[in-house]
Structures are given as structure tokens and as C-alpha cells.
Design a protein around this ligand. Structure first.
Ligand code: PLP
Length: 446
């Protein structure tokens, strides 16, 4: 059962049944939220296909430290979701808090693209160096969706073309630009279809709905031959679509095909990047040199900041026209200071290499604990690990049961059947082992 404040999530001192998940305070807050929040969210929870008859009321979060979260009732959870992967270096990391505090004393908001701040310049230098060329150029943005929108515009300007290749099952954010390229769920696109880029062509992604790399590359090649394609937008490892990694060589081949056709390779590293999936850039780790890289999520360590980082050649398209991609808060100093602290902490604590090695050990330990007919597959890279269960229903039920045991895990995958683990890179191996044992108990529970 869930741990109360002052005990560990896996502590033996807890009293089963002592705490309720969700507790009364969470329920009260959720009732208030239901009156004022857009109904898409509560509706989705209760109407989802295969929704559980049992309680699906949410917990309401109050505070966090390191890898632990606390709800408003004081229940403690080990956080295997980490703000959908954005809390890269843990909640309230001292270096991040210090940077935010110090920047707050100096300058919270600047003047975007008109007058940069000193921290913005420093951050752009760091991000430019992360580009596979070693000297990219940067458009700072505010969300993953915004970074992808900037990338699509960059490729359009660089090539003078409007078509894009995207992939079945991919998720790139829900702004109008990226939404057109979201193969994750057709229902996200359909109501807005007439307003979306009609020049996006979807190709299969290896491992999704049984597609092979050969099938995918074949269709990519045909599409590049017959359509006017500006870029191939790809997740180097499909995150929301179920932590599915394409075979080694796939991304390299995509890059080759794109370049042969005069198109660009756009790596959406919003989720995979910055150590999450085993390298600073998952695409570079696989040997693919993307022209444009999108970063987000973990970049701000929890604050909303993202970036489109492109080769100087790709960015050159912006130099000749009279258009821009910016917004009031783009490159705001507070977010830049947070991002610099995240990048410095990743380096200082060797978290990128650490997460890569830990991820391999974790997959091994999970496989050892999770040999069960309801567990179909364990996959991913670094600390982006998917555990596919036999149905969306089992997955949802398991997350509810895990919550009661003090583990926060969310579901993903194109059919919702995958437990998606994207904890802070500082999560311990022992906590993964405890989670593995708890998942086993949950799937065995009648
Ligand atoms: C690969 C990828 N790209 C883009 C996005 C969109 O990011 P955001 O939700 O910050 O707009 C996400 C979000 O999950 C993502 O996983």
C-alpha cells in the first residue's frame, strides 16, 4: 500500500489500508477541477475504451523532491513518469533551484528575439554545440510542439517545399503544425483535418503495427520520388507510441534517402534527447546526422523551454525572407537559466552515460522479474522503457494498482497497453527493482 509522508514507498512500517488513494483531499480538488477544466480530460478518463469499472479519480499533486512525489493527502509516490519525462535531473535538484533563484533576482523576462539576455546567449551556444555538425544554429521555443513547428518551418524555408514524411504512431505535439504529422491517434487530427497541412504523408514505423524497416524504407523512398518533400520528421525512438526503437541503421538510411532527394532529416528528440534514451542525441548515437534536431521536455528540467537546433545550411532559409518564428516568452531568461543548469548537471553528474548503463541493467532486471503471460514485451533505451501488457485495460488497471502501492507510472503506446517508464535520470536501480516486484504483484492480482 502507498507510503505516508515520512516512510519510504517500499517501507515495511506502513500500515496497509491506512491511506486512501485517491485520498479525500485529492477527491475534493478533482471535483473543483472538473467544474473549471476543459472537459476533454475528465471525459477521456471515464469514457476511454475498456475503462475500468473501478475508481479512476485522479490524485492531485502537491510537492516533490528528487524522485518522489507527494499528493495533497500526503501520500508519497516514486515518480516513474517525471512530468512526462521532463523532470530529467529530479525534482528540485539543488543546482536547478539555485539557478532559478539567482536568475529570478536578476532578470525573469527579457525581450525575446529583439534584445537577448546574457543567459539566452550562453544557452544557445551550448545548444548549437549539441548539433551533430558541432556548430548548429538555434531557435528557442516554449514546448515540444513549438520546437517541431519551428523545425517544419525551417525545412520549408530551406527547401522551398511543403511536403513532409511522418510516421504511423508518431507523436510530435498538438499545435496545428505538428498535429498534421501526428500519426499517434487519428482522432487527435480528424476534427481539425481541413486546417492541417495536407502535404504530410505517413509511412510505417518499424515495429509499429507489425511493420518492418524494409517496408518503411520502401514507402519512404517511393514518397520521396513522387512528392515534393521538405523533410522527414522522425522520432529516433518512438516515445508516446510505445517506446519502440527502430533497428540500427534505419535512421541512417532515412537520412541518406532524404539527402538524395534534396530533403532534410528532422530528428524529434523532444523526448529521447539529453540522455533520456541513452545518448545526448539518440539519432547521433544510432549514427544518423540529423539536419534539424528538436529538443524539449527535459531541457528545462520542468520549466517550459524547448529548441529547434539546425545546421547553418538549414537555418539559412530564415536569412533571406521576411518571416520569423518567435513568441513573447521564447528564450525568456528564467527558462534559459534552468536549461543551462540542466545541461551543466547532466555533464557534472555524468547522467547521460549513467542513464544509458542503468537502462540496460534495468531492462535485464525487469525481464528477470516479469516473465508472465500478461507481459508481452519490455523495450526501449536508456531510461525510456516500455513494458507492453496484454491490453490497454490491464495496463490502466496496473497503473491504478501501482498508485496504491506508491508508484506513479503512466500508460502509453498506440493502443494504450504499454507502461511507460521515464523517471528522473537519478532514479536508483533498487527503486526499479521494487517497481518490477510491484508490477508483478499487480498483474497477478485477480
Ligand atoms: C517526441 C515528441 N515530440 C513532441 C512532443 C510535444 O511536446 P509538448 O507536449 O511539450 O508540446 C512530445 C510530447 O510528448 C513528444 O514526445
Amino acid at each position: 500500500m502507498v507510503a505516508r509522508e515520512g516512510t519510504l514507498a517500499d517501507s515495511s512500517s506502513e500500515t496497509p489500508g491506512e491511506s486512501l488513494v485517491p485520498g479525500p483531499r485529492s477527491r475534493a480538488h478533482a471535483r473543483r477541477a472538473a467544474l473549471v477544466e476543459c472537459p476533454a480530460f475528465g471525459h477521456r478518463r471515464s469514457e476511454r475504451p475498456g475503462a475500468l469499472p473501478e475508481d479512476s479519480a485522479p490524485i492531485v499533486l502537491a510537492r516533490a523532491a528528487g524522485c518522489e512525489l507527494f499528493d495533497v493527502d500526503g501520500n508519497r509516490y516514486l515518480d516513474f513518469a517525471a512530468g512526462f519525462g521532463s523532470v530529467l535531473i529530479g525534482h528540485g535538484h539543488p543546482a536547478l533551484k539555485r539557478a532559478i533563484r539567482e536568475q529570478s533576482d536578476l532578470l525573469i523576462q527579457g525581450l525575446g528575439d529583439l534584445f537577448s539576455s546574457d543567459v539566452k546567449v550562453a544557452l544557445m551556444e551550448n545548444l548549437a554545440a549539441l548539433h551533430p555538425s558541432g556548430h548548429g544554429q538555434v531557435l528557442l521555443t516554449q514546448s515540444g510542439s513549438d520546437a517541431v513547428a519551428a523545425a517544419l518551418k525551417t525545412a520549408t524555408l530551406a527547401t522551398g517545399r511543403h511536403g513532409f514524411i511522418a510516421f504511423d504512431g508518431a507523436y510530435h505535439g498538438l499545435g496545428f503544425g505538428p498535429l498534421a504529422a501526428c500519426g499517434f491517434q487519428a482522432s487527435f487530427r480528424e476534427p481539425f483535418a481541413p486546417q492541417l497541412n495536407a502535404h504530410v504523408r505517413f509511412c510505417p514505423y518499424p515495429g509499429v503495427r507489425g511493420a518492418s524497416a524494409e517496408q518503411a524504407l520502401d514507402l519512404v523512398q517511393k514518397t520521396l520520388r513522387t512528392e515534393s518533400i521538405a523533410g522527414i520528421l522522425v522520432e529516433p525512438l518512438m516515445g508516446r507510441g510505445g517506446c519502440t526503437a527502430p533497428p540500427l541503421g534505419f535512421l541512417v538510411e532515412l537520412g541518406r534517402l532524404a539527402h538524395d532527394a534534396g530533403a532534410l532529416l528532422i530528428a524529434d528528440e523532444v523526448w529521447t534527447g539529453l540522455g533520456r534514451a541513452g545518448g545526448w542525441l539518440r539519432s547521433s548515437l544510432d549514427g544518423a546526422l540529423a539536419d534539424i534536431v528538436c529538443l524539449g521536455k527535459g531541457l528545462g528540467g520542468g520549466l517550459p523551454i524547448s529548441a529547434c537546433v539546425a545546421s547553418q545550411e538549414a537555418m539559412a532559409g530564415w536569412a533571406s525572407g521576411d518571416t520569423i518564428h518567435t513568441s513573447t516568452h521564447a528564450g525568456a531568461p528564467l527558462g534559459c537559466a534552468a536549461a543551462l543548469a540542466v545541461l551543466n548537471t547532466l555533464k557534472a553528474e555524468s547522467l547521460v552515460a549513467g542513464a544509458s548503463a542503468l537502462g540496460e541493467r534495468v531492462q535485464t532486471l525487469l525481464r528477470a522479474r516479469l516473465g508472465h503471460p500478461r507481459i508481452i514485451d519490455i523495450r526501449g533505451a536508456g531510461l525510456m522503457i516500455g513494458i507492453e501488457l496484454d491490453s490497454a485495460r490491464t495496463a490502466l488497471q496496473t497503473t491504478r494498482r501501482l498508485l496504491r502501492r506508491g508508484f506513479l507510472v503512466v500508460t502509453g503506446g498506440i493502443d494504450g497497453a504499454t507502461l511507460t517508464l521515464t523517471p528522473p535520470l537519478t532514479m536508483s536501480e533498487a527503486n526499479f527493482a521494487a517497481l518490477g516486484d510491484a508490477i508483478r504483484e499487480c498483474v497477478e492480482e485477480p
